[in-house]
Design a protein around this ligand. Structure first.
Ligand code: AMP
Ligand code: MG
Length: 411
C-alpha cells in the first residue's frame, strides 16, 4: 500500500497501463451498432458500382438537348425503359432517349438525364416520343461510378465505435458480419452494512444502494457487460465470497464502491490485500480523493469511493477509460468544450469536477453550478449536464472565466 498524492493524470496513466484490448468476435451487421470494430474495413469495389441516374426521367445525350428551353422543346425518340435493377441492352444514338428510373444504370451512349418534370410526360410508357424543355450538361443527374466510395479506400478504421449509418455502409458493401471486440465484462460490488437494495424496507441508519445503479448504467453505456455482485456487508468473509463470484464470471475488471477509505470498518481493502494486491492512492482531485487500484486473484480491481457523486466522477475519470481501452475503442471523442462561468466559484486547489449545467447563450456556452457540491448529493448531479473542471492549483475563478466543461456523453 502506497500513500502518495497523485495527480489525476498520473493515476489515470498508471491504471490504463494495466489494460489492453480484449479479443475480437464476429457480429451480425444487424447487431453491430454500439460495438467497437475489430478489423479495418476497406472498399472492395467502387460505390456506386455503375453510372446511374439520380432522377426519374430520360437518359439522353446532352448534346441533343443543348438548345432545349421551356418555349423551345426538343423531341427525342424514346427507345426503351430502364427500371432500377435492370440492365439496358441497347445503346442511345443521336436523337434518342430512354425512360430511366432513379438508381437505374445509364445506357451506353447516354451522358445525362433530363428529369421527368422537364419533359411533356410523367408516367407514360415507352417507347414513343418525349419533348424535352430544359438543357442538361453532360454528367448532370448522373451519379458516376465511384462517386461515393473508391475501391480500396479505407472506410472504417479498427477501433471505430459503430454507428447506425456504419451498419448501412457495411451492408451497402455487401458485408453481413464483421469482426468486433467482445464486450468487456465488469463485476460491480457495493459495500457497507448500511446499504439496502431498493425494494426492501429501510431500517434505522440504513440507506439504499445507489452506486450499483449509477455505475452499472455508466459502464453499460460505455460498452461493458455488467455483473452486479450485490452488497457486501462489512464482513471480510462475505466480501471475499462475493469477489470470488466475479472470478467465476470471468470478468475483465472488478469495480467496487466504498470501503476503501481509511476507516476501521473498511474490510474490502483488507480482503483484497490478502488475496491480491492493492494500492490505495490519494488523488489530487475533488470529489473522490481516495482511490484503490490493484487485483483480486489476478483480476484487476478499481475501488471507488462510496459517496455517490465521488463514485460517479471516479467512474468517469478512471473506469470508463479502462472500459474503452478493453473494448478496443480508439481514444478521443469526449465532449469537452470551453464555457464561460456565469458566476464566481471557489475551489480548494485540487483538480475539481463540479456539477454544472451548461447551455448555449448568444453563441457561446455558459456554465453554472447546480447546487450544493457535497459528494453525497446525487440530486445536484441529476440536475447537471456536465462536469466543470477546475484545474489543480486554482482556488477561485471570477464570473466570465473560461472553464473546461465535460458533457455526460460522447461523440
Ligand atoms: P465509505 O467509502 O464506505 O466511507 O462511504 C462513504 C459514504 O458513501 C457513506 O456515507 C456511505 O454510506 C455512502 N455509500 C457507500 N456506498 C454507497 C452506495 N452503494 N450507495 C449510496 N451511498 C453509498
Ligand atoms: Mg462504508
Amino acid at each position: 500500500m502506497t500513500n502518495n498524492l497523485l495527480s489525476v493524470q498520473e493515476a489515470q496513466a498508471h491504471i490504463l497501463a494495466a489494460f489492453q484490448a480484449v479479443e475480437t468476435e464476429e457480429a451480425a451487421v444487424t447487431a453491430c451498432t454500439g460495438r467497437v470494430l475489430g478489423e479495418e474495413i476497406r472498399a472492395a469495389a467502387d460505390l456506386p458500382a455503375f453510372d446511374n441516374s439520380s432522377m426519374d426521367g430520360f437518359a439522353v445525350r446532352a448534346a441533343d438537348v443543348s438548345a432545349a428551353a421551356p418555349e423551345a422543346g426538343v423531341t427525342l425518340e424514346v427507345i426503351g425503359d430502364i427500371p432500377a435493377g435492370s440492365v439496358p441492352g441497347f445503346r442511345l444514338e443521336a436523337g434518342q432517349a430512354a425512360r430511366i428510373m432513379t438508381g437505374a444504370p445509364l445506357p451506353a451512349g447516354a451522358d445525362a438525364v433530363v428529369p421527368v418534370e422537364d419533359t411533356d410526360r410523367t408516367r407514360n410508357g415507352a417507347p414513343g416520343r418525349v419533348v424535352v424543355y430544359a438543357a442538361v450538361r453532360a454528367g448532370q443527374y448522373v451519379r458516376p461510378r465511384g462517386q461515393d466510395i473508391r475501391q480500396g479506400q479505407l472506410l472504417l478504421p479498427r477501433g471505430r465505435l459503430l454507428k447506425p449509418q456504419d451498419a448501412g455502409l457495411l451492408a451497402s458493401i455487401g458485408r453481413e458480419r464483421v469482426k468486433v471486440y467482445r464486450r468487456p465484462r465488469a463485476a460491480l460490488l457495493s459495500s457497507g452494512d448500511e446499504l439496502v437494495p431498493p425494494g426492501q424496507p429501510l431500517g434505522p441508519g440504513q440507506i439504499y444502494d445507489a452506486n450499483r445503479y449509477t455505475l452499472a448504467a455508466l459502464l453499460e453505456r460505455a460498452g461493458a457487460e455488467v455483473f452486479p455482485l450485490g452488497i457486501a456487508r462489512d464482513d471480510p468473509r462475505q466480501v471475499e465470497a462475493l469477489l470470488r463470484r466475479g472470478l467465476e464470471l470471468h470478468v475483465d475488471l472488478i469495480v467496487t464502491s466504498a470501503g476503501v477509505s481509511v476507516g476501521a470498518f473498511d474490510y474490502v481493502r483488507h480482503v483484497i490485500e490478502e488475496h491480491g494486491q492493492l494500492s490505495l492512492w490519494r488523488v489530487n482531485m475533488r470529489p473522490g480523493k481516495p482511490l484503490a487500484f490493484g487485483s483480486f486473484e489476478g483480476i484487476p480491481l478499481i475501488g471507488l469511493p462510496g459517496n455517490p457523486v465521488s463514485a460517479f466522477v471516479g467512474c468517469r475519470v478512471f473506469v470508463i477509460p479502462v472500459i474503452r481501452r478493453l473494448s478496443g475503442a480508439a481514444p478521443g471523442g469526449e465532449l469537452r468544450f470551453t464555457a464561460q462561468l456565469a458566476h464566481p466559484i471557489e475551489s480548494d486547489g485540487r483538480e475539481s469536477y463540479l456539477r454544472a449545467i451548461v447551455h448555449p447563450e448568444a453563441g457561446r456556452l455558459v456554465a453554472s453550478l447546480t447546487g450544493h457540491q457535497g459528494s453525497g448529493n446525487l440530486y445536484s448531479l441529476v440536475q447537471a449536464n456536465a462536469l466543470l473542471i477546475v484545474p489543480s492549483g486554482v482556488k477561485s475563478l471570477p464570473a466570465g472565466s473560461e472553464v473546461e466543461v465535460w458533457f455526460f456523453d460522447t461523440f
